[in-house]
Design a protein around this ligand. Structure first.
Ligand code: FES
Length: 401
């Protein structure tokens, strides 16, 4: 209703108010029974940030012996007409069925936002021998396989207001994927950001996107490979990526931002090296990739806890369930094993998607993965994805979305 209200007098205004009620009833009575069309803005927001998307594998590219790129297109038959746009560096949280248990895993988009606008995403997955999820992906995902994912999420993105115009990207293994997307997006948009990429690999056969990186290199992007297990023909730097090597290959670190992305073993070594560079913390960005590979090796992890078993008493909607949990796995993993599949995204304590209430019990949370607000810590909220049980626990989980 957009009736013009004119201020008259105290009594006049009161009567006008009574008149409003009558006017409102009249309008309701004469309104169309059709539901109003959705607001344009709501449609745009949902397209940009869908809760979930249905995708189909249209092509599989073998990148190295242990790495494959899956090209994904919208699965219109299940309701996804077009792909949500994203910021280079973001990832998809995929829901994957493992023998009847639904788990979620994050895979960075290796494609660019321009490619998404043209109808494809690419994710690049490395096989982890003996792992829980990637062997099934390599075995079961074929052209035509349908998948369900979140919309693109994550904060590992270039931010012009915060980051310097020159980025040093230090990456290892599959950690090249978000940087590969960022570099190409930056070139697409001609935003003037320059990149020095220092890519830790085992040997030359281990380089993902080798041809394409070669082309980027010819187009002026500084790309250096550092081999930890070089073959005899290797000509570049060998060994680990040290502070000295970062300085040398990038021509100094002054007025630079550093982006780190790689396996956890790489972070364990690099943390000390990056410290030697004496950069302000805000200039060092790191992607957090899911749960710790080896929780027993985490600073402060209770001795012997990894081999203990506990019971989780879980309140979920109107149900109360009890499930077993290993002290060596996050609460989220134990809940997934029990088929409870609570909501999750980052799996590293950052996004708050899995935020739940801890009613009782003791837990271990690694400091670097404790993304809770101070008030949440004080009032007993926790993130199951970055929390290990140290006793039996009782908790309330949010409803699955
Ligand atoms: S899934 Fe992001 S905080 Fe747990």
């Amino acid at each position: 209703m957009s009736e013009k209200i004119v201020v008259k007098s105290k009594l006049g205004d009161l009567l006008a108010f009574v008149g409003l009620i009558r006017l409102r009833r009249k309008k309701i009575k004469s309104a169309s029974p059709e539901r109003p069309k959705e607001e344009f803005l709501n449609t745009v927001v949902r397209e940009m940030h869908p809760d979930r998307m249905f995708l189909k594998i249209s092509e599989i590219v073998q990148e190295t012996n242990s790495t494959r790129t899956f090209v994904l297109v919208p699965d219109a038959g299940r309701g996804t007409e077009k792909l949500a746009t994203f910021r280079a560096g973001q990832y998809l949280n995929l829901r994957i069925d493992i023998d009847g248990t639904e788990v979620s895993r994050n895979y960075s988009l290796s494609s660019t936002p321009a490619e998404a606008a043209a109808g494809t995403y690419r994710i690049t997955v490395r096989l982890k021998e003996g792992g829980f999820v990637t062997p099934r992906i390599f075995e079961n995902w074929k052209t035509g396989t349908t998948l369900e994912s979140s919309g693109p999420v994550g904060n590992f993105v270039y931010e012009g207001l915060r980051d310097k115009r020159h980025v040093i990207a230090v990456v290892g293994g599959c950690g090249i994927t978000p940087i590969y997307s960022m570099v190409r997006d930056s070139l697409d948009r001609k935003d003037g950001v320059s990149f020095t990429v220092i890519y830790g690999v085992r040997n030359s056969d281990d380089i993902i996107f080798a041809d394409s990186l070669e082309e980027l290199s010819r187009n002026g992007v500084a790309i250096h490979y550092v081999a930890s297990e070089p073959d005899e023909n290797w000509k570049g730097p060998k060994g680990f990526i040290t502070a000295g090597l970062i300085r040398e290959l990038s021509g100094g670190v002054e007025d630079r931002s550093i982006f780190l992305c790689g396996p956890q073993a790489m972070y364990r070594f690099l943390d000390g090296e990056i410290g030697k560079l004496n950069l302000p913390r805000r200039l060092v960005r790191r992607e957090l990739f899911g749960e710790a590979d080896d929780p027993a090796g985490l600073d402060g992890f209770p001795a012997g806890n990894a081999s203990r078993t506990y019971t989780l008493k879980v309140h979920m909607a109107d149900e109360v369930l009890e499930v077993p949990a290993s002290g060596g796995e996050t609460v989220l993993v134990s809940l997934e094993r029990a088929g409870l599949a609570p909501p999750s995204r980052c799996r590293s304590g950052e996004c708050g998607w899995c935020r739940s209430k801890l009613i009782s019990g003791d837990v271990f949370v690694r400091k670097e993965n404790d993304g809770r607000r101070i008030a949440d810590r004080k009032f007993g909220w926790f993130h199951p994805c970055s929390t290990y049980p140290v006793s039996d626990l009782e908790m309330r989980l949010p409803r699955a979305r």
